[in-house]
Design a binder for this molecule. Structure first.
Ligand SMILES: NC(=O)c1ccc[n+]([C@@H]2O[C@H](COP(=O)([O-])OP(=O)(O)OC[C@H]3O[C@@H](n4cnc5c(N)ncnc54)[C@H](OP(=O)(O)O)[C@@H]3O)[C@@H](O)[C@H]2O)c1
Length: 258
C-alpha cells in the first residue's frame, strides 16, 4: 500500500525504545523524516542508526519531554533542521503510582498528568498552527486500553481517559483544516526494558502462562511493531476519513464493545 507520506516530517516522543521506537521505525520505512527523542543519549544513538537505514535524514534530539518550558525550543530546533512538524506522535506516558482511590494523593494524580497529559497538550498547541495553515497534519496520541475501561491504577486510568478526551475534542475542532487526530490504545506490549517483559522475567512460567490464558485471547503478549504500523497508517494519506477515534490494539484483551 502506498501511504503517501514520503518526506513528511514526524516527531515521535519517547522513541529510543519500545512502542515509540516501533512508531519511528515504521514511519522511517515509509521514508518519513523522523525526529526521535529520549533522555539517554546512547540508546538514542543506537536507535537512530537503525532508523537511518530507512530514512537517512532522520535525527535524534536528547530531551526530557516533561520539561514543558523546553518544548518550544524543541519544535523550533526541528523546524530549523528539517522543517515544520507534520506528524506528531505523543508516546511518552506511563504509571507513576500503582494505587487505587485510597492510596492516591492529589500530587500523584498531578504527576500522572505531568507525564501523560501536559507534554501532549503543549506539543499539540505548538504544532497545530502550522498544520492548520498547511491544511494537513496528523496527531496520534498513545493511550491505553486502561483509558477506555476499568484497569490499572487510578492515576494512570484517569490520565489516559483524559488523553482520549483531549484527542476527541481537538479532532472535532481541527477536522475542517485537514488535521486528523486519533488515539491508539494498546493492551500489554512486551519489549526490552518494559514492564511486561519484567513481569515475564520475574514470575514463574506457570504464572505467566496462566495470566496469558486468562487475559490474552491471542495467546501471547503484544509486541511493538503492530502498534508502530497502526500509528503509521493513522499518519498516512489513507487515513483521510479517520479522526477523533481511539483504536484498541490488544490481542482481544479489552472487554468493552465500545
Ligand atoms: N507497553 C505497554 O504494554 C503499554 C500498554 C498500553 C499503553 N502503553 C503506552 O504506550 C506508551 C509507551 O510505552 P512503552 O512501554 O513503550 O514506554 P516506556 O518503556 O516507558 O518508554 C519508552 C521510551 O520513552 C522514553 N522516555 C520516557 N520518559 C521520557 C521523557 N520524560 N522524555 C523523553 N523520553 C522519555 C524512553 O527513553 P529514556 O528512558 O531514555 O528517556 C524510551 O525511549 C506510553 O504512553 C504507555 O502508557 C504501553
Amino acid at each position: 500500500m502506498e501511504l503517501g507520506i514520503k518526506n513528511k516530517i514526524a516527531l515521535v516522543t519517547g522513541s529510543s525504545r519500545g512502542i515509540g521506537k516501533s512508531c519511528a521505525l515504521s514511519l522511517a520505512k515509509e521514508k518519513v523524516k523522523v525526529v526521535i527523542c529520549g533522555r539517554n543519549q546512547n540508546t538514542l544513538n543506537n536507535t537512530l542508526d537503525e532508523i537511518k537505514v530507512f530514512s537517512p535524514q532522520s535525527i535524534a534530539i536528547k530531551s526530557d519531554i516533561t520539561n514543558i518550558s523546553s518544548l518550544s525550543s524543541l519544535t523550533e530546533e526541528i523546524t530549523n533542521k528539517l522543517g515544520p512538524i507534520e506528524i506528531l506522535v505523543n508516546n511518552v506516558g506511563g504509571s507513576v503510582k500503582r494505587e487505587g482511590v485510597e492510596g492516591t494523593e492529589i500530587k500523584d494524580l498531578n504527576k500522572a498528568f505531568e507525564l501523560n497529559i501536559d507534554p501532549t497538550l503543549k506539543l499539540m498547541q505548538l504544532v497545530i498552527p502550522k498544520m492548520k495553515s498547511n491544511n494537513w497534519g496528523r496527531i496520534i496520541n498513545i493511550s491505553s486500553v486502561y483509558g477506555r475501561e476499568l484497569g490499572g491504577n487510578l492515576s494512570y486510568m484517569t490520565a489516559k481517559a483524559a488523553l482520549n478526551s483531549i484527542t476527541k475534542h481537538a479532532a472535532v475542532d481541527l477536522a475542517k483544516y485537514g488535521v486528523l487526530i486519533n488515539a491508539v490504545a494498546p493492551g500489554p506490549v512486551a519489549h526490552p526494558g518494559g514492564g511486561w517483559e519484567k513481569f515475564q522475567n520475574e514470575n514463574k512460567k506457570d504464572i505467566v502462562d496462566q495470566f496469558i490464558k486468562e487475559n490474552l485471547p491471542i495467546g501471547k503478549f503484544g509486541w511493538p511493531e503492530p502498534v508502530g504500523d497502526l500509528v503509521t497508517f493513522l499518519a498516512s494519506q489513507n487515513s483521510g476519513f479517520l479522526t477523533g477515534t481511539c483504536i484498541n490494539i490488544d490481542g482481544g484483551w479489552s472487554r468493552s464493545i465500545n
